[in-house]
Design a protein around this ligand. Structure first.
Ligand code: UD1
Length: 335
């Protein structure tokens, strides 16, 4: 049985990926510092799959702890989720973001190189494309200067991995996520935003639940069919499965280059107003919302061309926006 290290494995995307790894027959060891996750998630994962993953509460910024972990664990692959992800916070605390997202990446790669470990999957983001000139966005689209330190950590992260792969003959895949939403069908794991949600879907579900009074729709003067911004919302379980596909590609040595990257989205763009309408339809709840000014740093539209991921990873999305929104709502109701 292959053993996979999942850093940030108790987080939103990490926890769903752990479940899919276990379903696919992998043994999982999780590292998480619980900075943006809860220990209860470990039991929830166990109750879904019937298998308790190994768990280490440690902080990847402490190099010695990372070394100790690898002294005691040999792994066949690493899926690296552990990182900070709030765009606004990254503008206020850039050094925290560079430490959390870059230093930890370097430490992991150093251990891989020294111990001859291989097969690394990196959480990247469609943010590397900025406002792309053409839609849907293919992997050939140029990266644009990052709008935030968070976005910069994803770009720099990819470059660090690419250079390391070339120099040390490591094999890695970066997955450029579009907008992950939703929750597991079991309603045992989902997104757990701390404080006021910055992302659209948790704000929508909290508004529907009465926790927030009103949803602000950031701008209706974008050059899109209804004036609101367009994104590619992907069900987190579909996204989790893309990690298994990418990992299998590396383990089976089907990769064509040491470092590869793929878009992971649905290929379909939805505007904020379309999301609101779809949410109201599937849940039967009316959303209290108002149009306000644009949010600084937001782009007009982004959705993926998924041809490359479909072909090379033998992966495609299975769930609809409606299913994703309904699962997000069920998860909210359970909180
Ligand atoms: C942002 C980041 C992305 C990051 C992701 C996860 C950018 C450009 N993108 O995605 O890199 O990976 O968060 O944290 O920084 N909206 C509202 N009202 C709200 C919240 C959002 O109208 O209360 C709108 C936004 O203007 C946007 C859409 O909903 O058009 C999606 O927003 P959000 O969920 O925050 O994701 P992104 O900004 O696309």
């Amino acid at each position: 049985m292959k053993k996979i290290l999942v850093t940030g494995g108790l987080g939103f995307i990490g926890s769903h990926t752990v479940v899919e790894l276990q379903n696919a027959g992998f043994e999982v060891v999780i590292i998480d510092n619980l900075s943006n996750s809860k220990i209860e998630v470990l039991n929830q994962i166990t109750s879904i799959t019937g298998i308790q993953p190994d768990f280490y509460q440690l902080d990847l910024r402490i190099k010695n702890d990372v070394k100790n972990f690898f002294n005691n664990n040999t792994v066949d692959g690493i899926i690296h989720f552990a990182a900070s992800k709030a765009v606004g916070e990254s503008v206020e605390k850039p050094l925290l973001y560079y430490e959390n997202n870059i230093t930890t990446l370097v430490y992991l790669l150093q251990e891989m190189k020294e111990r001859k470990l291989d097969n690394f999957i990196f959480s990247s983001s469609c943010t590397v494309y900025g406002q792309a000139d053409e839609l849907p966005i293919t992997e050939n689209a140029p990266t644009k200067p990052a709008e935030s330190p968070y976005g910069n950590t994803k770009q720099i992260g990819e470059e660090i991995i690419k250079d390391s792969c070339n120099a040390y003959e490591l094999n890695a895949i970066a997955l450029r996520y579009f907008n992950p939403i939703g929750a597991h069908d079991s309603v045992k794991i989902g997104e757990l935003p701390i404080g006021v949600p910055q992302n659209l879907i948790p704000f929508v579900t909290q508004t529907a639940a009465g926790i927030r009074e009103q949803l602000s729709v950031f701008g209706d003067d974008y050059p899109t069919p209804d004036g609101t911004a367009v994104r590619d919302y992907i069900h987190v379980v579909d996204l989790a499965k893309a990690h298994i596909a990418a990992l299998q590609r590396l383990i089976n040595k089907n990769n064509k280059q040491h470092f590869e990257f793929f878009n992971v989205g649905t290929g379909k763009g939805s505007s904020v107003l379309e999301v609101i309408k779809a949410f109201e339809t599937v849940t039967g709840k009316k959303l209290n919302y108002k149009i306000v000014d644009r949010r600084a740093g937001d782009i007009t539209a982004a959705y993926a061309d998924t041809t490359l991921a479909n072909k090379e990873l033998h992966w495609k999305t299975e769930k609809t926006l409606e299913e994703a929104l309904l699962s997000a709502w069920k998860w909210q109701e359970k909180q």
